[in-house]
Design a protein around this ligand. Structure first.
Ligand SMILES: *[C@@H]1O[C@H](CO)[C@@H](O)[C@H](O)[C@H]1NC(C)=O
Ligand SMILES: *[C@@H]1O[C@H](CO)[C@@H](O)[C@H](O)[C@H]1NC(C)=O
Ligand SMILES: *[C@@H]1O[C@H](CO)[C@@H](O)[C@H](O)[C@H]1NC(C)=O
Ligand SMILES: *[C@@H]1O[C@H](CO)[C@@H](O)[C@H](O)[C@H]1NC(C)=O
Ligand SMILES: *[C@@H]1O[C@H](CO)[C@@H](O)[C@H](O)[C@H]1NC(C)=O
Ligand SMILES: *[C@@H]1O[C@H](CO)[C@@H](O)[C@H](O)[C@H]1NC(C)=O
Length: 296
């Protein structure tokens, strides 16, 4: 017979284990503030992000003071929610575009960010990218290092990153860039970090899970949190059971991801509880992906 008292005890323990760190992350390609019908409304974008109630969010396709959208979109979104603004944010201009900048951002309500690391694919500068070449969006990634402590004496980090891969050359563009992510992570984090860490690498990869860039390159280092069976709980929308993220109206592809990598020296005693979810909204041509991430 099932022992109810035992169940209650387990529930009690699970519910009341204090978190070491608990963060709600998101990743969202905002199509520079235009909704699924290509109608520009940055207020709608910002309002949708407010409703996601994230602590930290990565954005792709962000404009900064361009001719088409003469506004600093990152700062506007960061300050939209007056009660709980994103107090710490970073926009990385990947290319010069329409007299301004085009790139990706990370916005955070958490302010104890230790480092902001950036990389541009093929080491190109924003200036070298004024003219777009075939397949090449001239992109790169941003990585925030969020420090936290365990039992007063162990220094750990969560790295939260994002990217937007190019598209074209029959998938070779994505493949090339995914390889550079793996190489950079190996050279700059894995081979040099002595403290335990978790890397969460998000973004719009412009490629589906069965393509080489994901299957053979990203998964050589990371787990894909949507498909990894034993890491996070999936919050499944019955009308979108495959977690498709594109397009927003009739989703048929999963091209936006959250990947995870845990360092080999990460303490076994620290348990990860997480929930991943694709949210239905028409405020862009993509859907956002959310991750409730809790270590205890
Ligand atoms: C833009 O979005 C906001 C927030 O959803 C809405 O209140 C407003 O009416 C929209 N503006 C236009 C011109 O549709
Ligand atoms: C946007 O561009 C302006 C002008 O170059 C710059 O001052 C500002 O810092 C940029 N915004 C962000 C969030 O980086
Ligand atoms: C970027 O560099 C790779 C080699 O690392 C090369 O194969 C590729 O053609 C380059 N892409 C561009 C757009 O220059
Ligand atoms: C970019 O520059 C770094 C540092 O010089 C180098 O290690 C890396 O291999 C370069 N990446 C490419 C694709 O050339
Ligand atoms: C952890 O970081 C603190 C600074 O926040 C430093 O003083 C301390 O020496 C570090 N501990 C270890 C074990 O590296
Ligand atoms: C970097 O790490 C990889 C595996 O993660 C290993 O094969 C390689 O030898 C390391 N390189 C250095 C210089 O430590």
């Amino acid at each position: 017979m099932k022992d109810l008292k035992y169940d209650v005890l387990i529930w009690f323990i699970i519910t009341f284990i204090p978190s070491i760190i608990s963060i709600r992350f998101g990743t969202y390609n905002i199509q520079s503030g235009s909704n699924f019908e290509h109608v520009y409304n940055l207020t709608e974008t910002a309002e949708t992000i407010r409703r996601l109630e994230v602590d930290i969010i990565a954005l792709q396709e962000v404009d900064n003071i361009t001719i088409r959208h003469p506004i600093d979109q990152t700062t506007y979104i960061a300050q939209y929610n007056k009660k709980q603004p994103f107090q710490y944010f970073h926009f990385e201009k990947m290319r010069n575009f329409q007299n301004g900048g085009y790139g990706i951002s990370i916005l955070s309500k958490e302010t104890s960010i230790k480092r902001v690391l950036t990389y541009h694919y093929n080491n190109t500068t924003a200036e070298q990218c004024t003219v777009q070449r075939e397949g090449d969006y001239c992109q790169g990634f941003i990585l925030f290092e969020i420090p936290f402590k365990y039992q007063d004496n162990t220094n750990l980090s969560i790295y939260f990153g994002t990217t937007h891969l190019g598209i074209g050359l029959n998938g070779l563009q994505q493949l090339n860039e995914a390889k550079q992510i793996v190489q950079w992570m190996t050279d700059n984090i894995i081979n040099v970090s002595t403290n335990p860490y978790i890397i969460l690498m998000t973004g719009d990869y412009n490629t589906i899970p069965s393509d080489d860039s994901i299957k053979n390159v990203m998964l050589s280092l990371f787990d894909d949190l949507w498909t990894a069976e034993d890491i996070c709980q999936k919050v499944i929308d019955p009308s979108n059971i495959n977690g498709y993220t594109f397009d927003a109206l009739n989703p048929s592809k999963r091209i936006d991801y959250i990947f995870i990598l845990k360092s080999l020296n990460f303490p076994d005693q620290i348990k990860l509880n997480c929930k991943i979810q694709v949210v239905s909204t028409l405020s862009s041509d993509h859907r956002p992906v959310l991750l409730n991430f809790d270590l205890s």
